[in-house]
Design a protein around this ligand. Structure first.
Ligand SMILES: Cc1cc2nc3c(=O)[nH]c(=O)nc-3n(C[C@H](O)[C@H](O)[C@H](O)COP(=O)(O)OP(=O)(O)OC[C@H]3O[C@@H](n4cnc5c(N)ncnc54)[C@H](O)[C@@H]3O)c2cc1C
Length: 188
């Protein structure tokens, strides 16, 4: 958040590396309202050093200008170039009082990544990979000697997944796949 770098952007474009994976560089600023709404996460990220607290008055010039722009948009005094109509729990600067320069915000740098993929190899209850996504219901047989578990598998959660439930395909089917593969090798 220092120097000439952008303060609050939707997505920076400082691609890392030469080709291959593209790393976006996004600046994040949470005002007191947003910090409070996400307090449990914010506490953890502060502890990890991924976010840091700063007073508004200590932010660099570019950040402060961006902040003033953003507040004008939240207040409806300025059109949002991104067309947003909702601004979450943002509170700073939108009340009747003068904006509190001593207010603490949390700042950090983030980049989008893939959190989870839905879909993948279809397996049966023995973790055997099936030959087609229609599975056994259409008479497809398991591929001999191939078991799968974890995020590479699909279909276990239906159309969507409850957050935090990756253990199901990793641990439950990981154990099943291991046992089935061992049994197959031992001829039991
Ligand atoms: C930021 C983040 C937060 C998450 N938080 C949660 C959460 O709170 N709760 C939850 O349930 N899930 C969470 N998930 C999802 C969960 O972490 C994954 O679904 C889970 O780790 C997948 O495990 P996996 O063993 O199937 O795959 P991975 O953990 O991706 O393991 C695959 C392994 O295969 C290796 N590999 C790849 N290609 C090759 C190759 N050719 N040869 C040899 N090895 C190879 C990789 O290096 C890797 O070690 C989160 C994911 C992310 C990214």
């Amino acid at each position: 958040m220092e120097g000439d770098e952008p303060a609050m952007v939707v997505a920076g474009d400082n691609a890392g590396g030469s080709g291959g994976v593209r790393q976006w560089d996004v600046r994040l600023l949470l005002d007191p309202g947003a910090c409070e709404a996400a307090a449990a996460h914010v506490g953890f990220y502060l502890f990890k050093g991924l976010l840091e607290k700063k007073r508004i008055r200590d932010l660099d010039e570019t950040t402060r200008e961006t902040l003033a722009d953003y507040v004008a948009i939240v207040k409806g005094c300025k059109a949002d170039p991104l067309g947003r109509a909702s601004f979450g729990h943002w509170t700073w600067g939108i009340g009747d009082d003068a904006a509190d320069e001593d207010a603490e915000v949390c700042v950090g740098r983030v980049t989008p990544i893939t959190h989870f993929t839905m879909g993948g190899a279809v397996i049966n209850e023995k973790s055997q990979v099936l030959a087609s996504d229609l599975g056994q219901e259409s008479g497809q047989l398991p591929i001999r000697g191939l078991w799968a578990a974890g995020e590479i598998t699909g279909g276990i959660h239906g159309d969507n997944r409850l957050g935090g439930s990756s253990l199901l395909e990793c641990v439950v089917y990981g154990l099943t796949a291991g046992e089935e593969a061992a049994r197959s090798l031992s001829g039991a």
